[in-house]
Design a protein around this ligand. Structure first.
Ligand code: COA
Length: 153
């Protein structure tokens, strides 16, 4: 398995995975817009096939935000999601990000456990966050390598 940057021809596979993974998938136009706005977009590839992806960006200079993450159902529980998050976390650390945040559906117990295993904590609940009325859980991970306030030498 390799992790590499998203390329335009990947979009069809990304949409397949996104649509199968979420009841309210992002349309391709939004995914492309987010990418064009400078978001990080990585894909996991196995035997020449895209099997997962992560989209993330930095807000307010030092806050990392995971926008979307999904792994093809047939390839789950093989550490692909964890590796995608680790890869993004390393990029955030290099960019002096202080905290990483994400929102997840309250009913998405599997993803909540997945993120807890990766050191994210459930910080807050947002009522009616999603269009269908489901609440969101805000999860947060502080980056220990954050060094903005440390002396230069
Ligand atoms: C969440 C998701 C990305 C995890 O990807 P994955 O490649 O299966 O995750 P990993 O194999 O790295 O899992 C690491 C650990 O997280 C936990 N975990 C992962 N998925 C889990 C699930 N469905 N239920 C309970 N624990 C889970 C387990 O502890 C797992 O370790 P184990 O397999 O040794 O028990 C994947 O299930 C997915 O695409 N879900 C649909 C989309 C989604 O919910 N995205 C996240 C919200 S934005």
């Amino acid at each position: 398995m390799i992790i590499r940057e998203f390329k335009r021809p990947d979009i069809k596979r990304i949409l397949e995975i996104e649509t199968a993974a979420f009841d309210d998938p992002y349309p391709s136009s939004i995914l492309i817009d987010i990418y064009n706005l400078g978001a990080g977009f990585l894909v996991a590839q196995q035997n020449n096939m895209v099997v997962g992806y992560i989209i993330f960006w930095i807000r307010y200079e030092d806050e990392g935000h995971i926008i979307s993450l999904a792994v093809d159902r047939k390839y789950r529980r093989k550490s692909i999601g964890s590796q995608l998050v680790d890869y993004a976390v390393n990029i955030f650390a290099k960019c002096n990000v202080k905290d990483i945040k994400l929102e997840v559906r309250i009913g998405n117990k599997g993803a909540r456990k997945f993120y807890r295993e990766l050191g994210f904590e459930e910080k807050k609940f947002l009522e009616n966050y999603y269009e269908d009325g489901e609440d969101a859980v805000i999860m947060k991970k502080a980056l220990k390598s954050y060094s903005r306030d440390l002396p230069k030498d």
